[in-house]
Ligand binder design. Structure first.
Ligand code: FCB
Length: 469
C-alpha cells in the first residue's frame, strides 16, 4: 500500500458501531401507486399537472421497489450496509390521511423490515418524505393546523404497528423543502406560491414533528433537517445580512425550534407577518426531547444582499418563485467550486462546519448524516458505470465526517443518498443519485463503481465487528 492509500484508509476509519447506511424515500422508489388500497398523495396530483415535472415524468411505477424490495434488500446486504433509511407512504397507511389504518399498507413495511432484519440491516423509518395524502391538501394542506394533528395520529398508528420491527423512528424529512418548495417557490407539490402560507406550513410541519414525538413515545426518535453551510459573498454589510437571513430561514428556523423549543427572533422579525398561528404550547411541543438529529447535507450557498441575482443556488427545472419568504431580495452567487449535475457546489468542509456548529451551539445531541450524495451524468458502458466523481464526492464527505468526529461531534452514522437511481422530484428521472444504477425501462439494477468502493470501505470498517449480534 502506498502512503497515500494508507492515509486515505485512516481518514475513512470509523469507530465500531458507526451506522453504514443508504437512504431512499417512498414516492421516489416504490411505484405501485394504485395497489393494496393506497390513496392519492400530493405528488400523484402534482406529477399530473402539466409543466411541473421535467419531461412530464411521474412515479406510478418509479423503480418498482414495492415489488422488488427483496432484491433491493439483497443489494444492501451485498454492500454490507448496517442501516437503511426509508420512508413510509402516508396514503398507503391512511388513504385519505385520517381514520382507520389500511392493514395491507402496513403489511408492506412489515415485510420490508422483516427482510432487513433477516440481513442484519437496521431499519431507520422516516414517517414523512413529502407524500401528503391529497385529501389533507384539499382541506388546506400544511398551512392548515389540523394537518399536524392528523400527522400525530398517523405517526402513532405506524409506531404501534412497527415498533417491534423498527428501532429508530424519525418524523419529517427536510421540513424546509416541504414548506418552502411546496408552498412558496412552487417547485415541489402541491406547487402553491403563497409565501405566508409557506411560513404557516413550516410551523405546522414543526408542530407535526413535536406532536408525533409525543404521540409515539418511541424508544428512539429523531428529527431531520437539511442544513447548508452559508458564506456571505463579501464582507459588506448587506452580504452579511443576506447570510444571516438565509442561515436563519434554512438552518436556525428548524434547529432552534427542534433543539431549543423557540424560533430565532431575527428570523421572525424578517418575516414581518402576523404570527398569531403560533399558539401557546406549540413551541414546547416542538421542542419535545429527541434522541438523534438527522442531518441532510449537500452543499454550500454563497449569498449576496445585492438584488437582481439568482433567486436560488442552482437552476430550478421548472418555472418557480423565490422560496426565501421575507428575504426575496437575496441572491445566490457562484462560489467558484466544482458542481454536481444538479449545479450544487461541492464543499465537504461545509459538512464539518455545520456538524461542529450544531455540536457547539445546541444542547448535546447525537447526530447522523442522514443524506449526502451527488447526481452526475453516468454512462453505462459494457455493464459498468465508472462514476469516479460520485465516489470522490462520497469519499470527501466521509472524510469530513471523520474530521467532525475527531473534533468531538457525536456523529453515529452516514447514509448515502441514494441507494439507487430514482425519481428526483421536479427533475423526474433526469438526475441519477444512486450508488446502484437502475435501468428505468427494464428495472435492472447494477452496482456502480461507487457502490463497489463503498462496500469495500464498509467491509474494512466492519471486519472487526462481532457477527453474531
Ligand atoms: C433531498 C431529498 C431527497 C433527494 C435529495 C437529492 O433534499 O430529501 O429526497 O431528492 O435531496
Amino acid at each position: 500500500m502506498t502512503t497515500q492509500e494508507e492515509q486515505t484508509r485512516a481518514a475513512l476509519r470509523f469507530p465500531p458501531g458507526f451506522a453504514w447506511g443508504a437512504a431512499t424515500s417512498a414516492y421516489q422508489i416504490e411505484g405501485a401507486v394504485g395497489e393494496d388500497g393506497r390513496g392519492a398523495s400530493i405528488w400523484d396530483t402534482f406529477t399530473r399537472t402539466p409543466g411541473r415535472i421535467l419531461g412530464g415524468h411521474h412515479a406510478d411505477v418509479a423503480i418498482d421497489h414495492y415489488h422488488r424490495y427483496r432484491e433491493d434488500v439483497a443489494i444492501m446486504a451485498r454492500l454490507g450496509l448496517s442501516a437503511y433509511r426509508f420512508s413510509v407512504s402516508w396514503p398507503r397507511i391512511q388513504p385519505g390521511g385520517s381514520g382507520p389504518v389500511n392493514s395491507k399498507g402496513l403489511d408492506f413495511y412489515k415485510r420490508l423490515t422483516d427482510e432487513l432484519r433477516r440481513h442484519d440491516i437496521d431499519p431507520w423509518l422516516t414517517l414523512y418524505h413529502w407524500d401528503l395524502p391529497q385529501e389533507l391538501e384539499d382541506a388546506g394542506g400544511w398551512p392548515n393546523r389540523d394537518t399536524a394533528y392528523r400527522f400525530a395520529e398517523y405517526a402513532a398508528a405506524v409506531h404501534e404497528a412497527l415498533k417491534d420491527h423498527v428501532h429508530t423512528f424519525s418524523t419529517v424529512n427536510e421540513p424546509w423543502c416541504a414548506a418552502f418548495l411546496g408552498y412558496a417557490s412552487g417547485e415541489h407539490a402541491p406547487g402553491r406560491r403563497e409565501p405566508e402560507n409557506a411560513i404557516r406550513g413550516a410551523h405546522h410541519l414543526n408542530l407535526a414533528h413535536g406532536l408525533a414525538v409525543q404521540a409515539m413515545n418511541a424508544r428512539r426518535v429523531g428529527g431531520c433537517v437539511n442544513l447548508y453551510a452559508i458564506t456571505p459573498a463579501t464582507g459588506a454589510e448587506r452580504d452579511l445580512d443576506a447570510a444571516r437571513r438565509i442561515d436563519g430561514l434554512q438552518n436556525r428556523f428548524f434547529l432552534d425550534a427542534l433543539l431549543l423549543g423557540r424560533y430565532p427572533e431575527d428570523v421572525l422579525a424578517d418575516l414581518g407577518m402576523d404570527l398569531g398561528f403560533i399558539q401557546p404550547g406549540d413551541m414546547k411541543a416542538i421542542g419535545a426531547p429527541i434522541d438523534v438529529l438527522l442531518v441532510n447535507y449537500y452543499s454550500r450557498f454563497t449569498v449576496s444582499g445585492e438584488p437582481g441575482g439568482r433567486a436560488s443556488a442552482a437552476a430550478a427545472p421548472t418555472d418557480t418563485a423565490s422560496p426565501w419568504v421575507g428575504s426575496e431580495h437575496v441572491s445566490f452567487v457562484n462560489g467558484g467550486r466544482p458542481v454536481t449535475a444538479m449545479g450544487w457546489e461541492i464543499d465537504e468542509d461545509g459538512l464539518v462546519e455545520i456538524l461542529t456548529r450544531v455540536a457547539r451551539e445546541y444542547p448535546p445531541i447525537p447526530m447522523v448524516v442522514s443524506e449526502n450524495g451527488a447526481a452526475f451524468d453516468d454512462a453505462l458502458v459494457d455493464g459498468r458505470v465508472h462514476d469516479r466523481e460520485r465516489q470522490a464526492y462520497v469519499e470527501a464527505h466521509l472524510a469530513a465526517c471523520r474530521r467532525a468526529i475527531d473534533l468531538g461531534v457525536p456523529l453515529q452514522g452516514y447514509f448515502a443518498w441514494s441507494l439507487m437511481d430514482n425519481f428526483e422530484w421536479a427533475w423526474g428521472y433526469g438526475k441519477r443519485f444512486g450508488l446502484v444504477h437502475v435501468d428505468f425501462e427494464t428495472q435492472e439494477r447494477l452496482l456502480k463503481d461507487s457502490a463497489l468502493w463503498y462496500a469495500e470501505i464498509i467491509r474494512q470498517n466492519r471486519r472487526h465487528e462481532p457477527t453474531d449480534s
